[in-house]
Design a protein. Sequence first.
Length: 218
Amino acid sequence: MLIPILISLTILLLSYLLGSIPTGYLIGKYSKGIDIRDYGSGSTGATNVLRTLGKTAGATVLLIDMLKGMVAVALVRGLYFIDVNPLPESWYYWLIIGAALGAVIGHSKSIFLNFSGGKSVATSLGVLLVMNPLVACVTLASFLVILALFRIVSLGSIIGALVVNILMVVLGQPLPYILFSLMGGIYVIVRHQGNIKRLLAGTEPKIGQKVQQSSEVS
């Protein structure tokens, strides 16, 4: 039993380290020589990179952050598809959500950035694309609809976090997946506390607007 435990712990650690790769920070450093955390909302996520560095940089960060979540879950899936797999089959779904949470937490609490980062929305979407593509696509569609109507990224992200939970239950997904959507959804919403305050105050910036510089991660 020691080997399966060690392999599982290694996967969880790798998932966290993968999520911790500070994409937005690196893009800012290598493209403009800046620390993205000193600009806009202070976030390393795609939205702040978009506002600060432009569309190309924002899209690059978005895609790479999604890939971090996809690869983390794919590591577990790949292991269970090989002929010689030392892990119990009953661990499959639980190890998937462990890897998923590792990547999500790593993105917002990066060990490389003194445990700061982004909101983990893009990484969560990457996780969902491998976990359940239908849930991911419907969630993305809900985000895009809200974005098109209100042009507020944070509102779309919060609505998306709620939609994920509804879909997981309605589609009868495995219990570990439902628990992941619940924990991930709560985590994303908690990470958006500042945005929620601005939404209620009517001061949350829309796409194309600059956000006032702040120490709060957005």
